[in-house]
Design a protein. Structure first.
Length: 525
């Protein structure tokens, strides 16, 4: 179940690892595209303002150069020449009072009356600006008129916004008061008025825009929001590789974390923390009396989904990783918790706990064991400790830990004897109390197998060392009869009972020994 949850979460995170960086890429690409287009719009607004200022400056220069006039031939010629020389002015005119008297085209007929009119706006320096004027003398296109004292000049409004743009946009120029002077296209009047009155950049549902102000003038640009999409593509090409790299890094990180979480060692560590390990008890039978006198504590791993993990799958990993120390601590605590009442009531009963090579090296388990049995009031002799031959690779360390355990009152047994590397001389130097005959030698009883000739020698070796003998893995009546006849003191195996949970073991103990108690107690005494 936990594995499926981790895989499910990893898949969800993997989807997020793909989607989020790409979504952020799109988001930041769009933000960058908007910012770039705003800067682009503001840049063109500045160029438009600069163009308008140049046109008005040229017009003001013409008004300054025309000087005083009297509509003489020389005066008219001068006005005509200034208009020709100027790139901004279409025509120059002279007023006598409030009536236009002459232009660069000549004198105005007496029956034609053209007054100054009310200016649309007044610019700094006393310049009067008239908009949407239709010349009556030259019949030119609609113009704007810039007047100063007795002269004026006609200017085509389009000259103020004559800026070559690199994309489709509307350019406009107006006064600070919001009077529109010129615009290159059609736009929302409210937006145009707003842009004419203040410097700003922004965007609405349809347009993106910018405006700048300097002196009397405000220049603005307006473009359709589709302009952003054009820049979005280039920004995406720039940021997409970064987003893909970020996605790849996140995916690798998720994969690494998932593999760590799913690694056997991590699963084992989590199982220890969640106390998924249970202890089952393999009954131990005293062959001389036929009584159950104890049990071997065997650790079992049950996953949350109910699956059992075989010990030969996780014990080697636990020993290799050092987690076996925590498992041993857990087994000790569980044994005391499960059986303390039984052990207090039945002083002749003992429980054997398996000790690993790592445990022998550290000796930590003895402190845990001493603490737990002291709290429960259990006699040290009721806890036997079993070590395997493979755990005796470092004899000096093993010897010291075994001696310490026996000094504390625990009996020591060597487990799986005959399958490791122990020699008789090594066993003679170890303070042991019991020798367990490995199941492979018990299985050979009654069969024509090489191991069958070894079994009597192991029994003889145990006797020579004055050790109690325990036959493990007894499964048939023939095997039971053989070990009884050979003088083996104890046996365990499926012939008597499988490893049982604590409550079932205690029930087995009561039922198996029922009717034999008086004899059992006299023998034990």
């Amino acid at each position: 179940m936990r594995r499926r949850i981790i895989i499910f979460l990893a898949l969800i995170l993997a989807i997020f690892a793909i989607v989020i960086p790409l979504a952020l890429t799109v988001h930041f690409s769009r933000e960058r595209a908007i910012a770039a287009e705003r800067a682009h719009m503001q840049e063109y607004a500045n160029w438009t303002l600069l163009r308008a200022e140049q046109v008005l400056t040229d017009a003001k220069d013409v008004l300054a150069q025309v000087g005083k006039g009297d509509c003489s031939v020389g005066h008219i010629e001068r006005m005509r020449q200034l208009a020709i020389d100027s790139g901004a002015v279409e025509e120059v005119g002279h007023y006598e009072g409030d009536r236009l008297a002459c232009t660069g085209w000549g004198k105005v007929p007496a029956d034609v009356v053209i007054g100054r009119g009310t200016p649309s706006a007044t610019l700094a320096g006393g310049y009067a600006l008239h908009l949407h004027v239709k010349p009556r003398i030259s019949h030119a296109r609609e113009v704007m008129v810039l007047g100063y004292r007795d002269h004026n000049v006609l200017i085509l409004p389009q000259r103020l916004v004559d800026v070559l743009s690199d994309s489709h946009m509307i350019l406009g120029i107006g006064t600070r008061q919001g009077t529109l002077i010129a615009i290159t296209g059609r736009a929302n009047d409210g937006l145009v008025g707003q842009l004419s009155r203040q410097a700003m950049t922004g965007m609405d549902d349809t347009d993106i825009y910018a405006s700048v102000q300097r002196g009397d003038l405000t220049a603005f640009t307006i473009a359709d929001r589709s302009a952003i999409d054009a820049k979005l593509g280039s920004e995406m090409r720039l940021l997409l590789p970064i987003g893909l790299v970020a996605s790849a890094i996140l995916m690798l990180l998720i994969l690494w974390v998932s593999r760590q979480r799913l690694s056997p060692e991590k699963e084992l560590k989590l199982a220890i923390r969640k106390r998924e390990f249970q202890v089952h008890y393999q009954p131990l039978i005293e062959l001389a009396t036929g009584y159950c006198v104890g049990a071997e504590a065997l650790v079992r791993w049950r996953r949350p989904d109910g699956r059992w993990i075989a010990p030969d799958l996780f014990i080697p990993l636990a020993e290799q990783s050092g987690l076996i120390l925590d498992i041993t601590d857990h087994v000790i605590e569980q044994v005391v918790s499960d059986l303390h009442a039984m052990l207090l009531a039945e002083q002749q009963v003992h429980v054997a706990i398996n000790i690993s090579a790592r445990d022998l090296e550290s000796g930590r388990f003895l402190d845990v064991l001493e603490r737990e049995i002291a709290k429960a009031g259990i006699a040290p002799g009721q806890i036997w400790l079993e070590v395997t031959e493979r755990s005796l690779i470092n004899p000096d360390t093993a010897r010291a830990t075994i001696a310490r355990a026996r000094d504390a009152g625990h009996l020591m047994a060597i487990d799986d004897f005959g399958t490791g590397y122990s020699s008789l001389s090594l066993l003679e130097t170890l303070p042991l109390d019991a020798l367990k005959i490995d199941k492979c030698f018990i299985d050979a009883i009654g069969r024509d197998a090489a191991a069958s000739v070894v079994t009597p020698h192991i029994i003889g070796m145990g006797r020579a060392l004055k050790l109690n003998l325990i036959a493990e893995g007894v499964e048939t009546r023939e095997q039971d009869a053989y070990v009884r006849k050979a003088g083996v003191q104890f046996a365990q195996g499926w012939y008597y009972a499988k490893a049982l949970p604590a409550d079932e073991f205690m029930a087995f103990y009561r039922d198996y020994n029922r009717g034999k108690r008086s004899r059992f107690l006299s023998v034990a005494a």
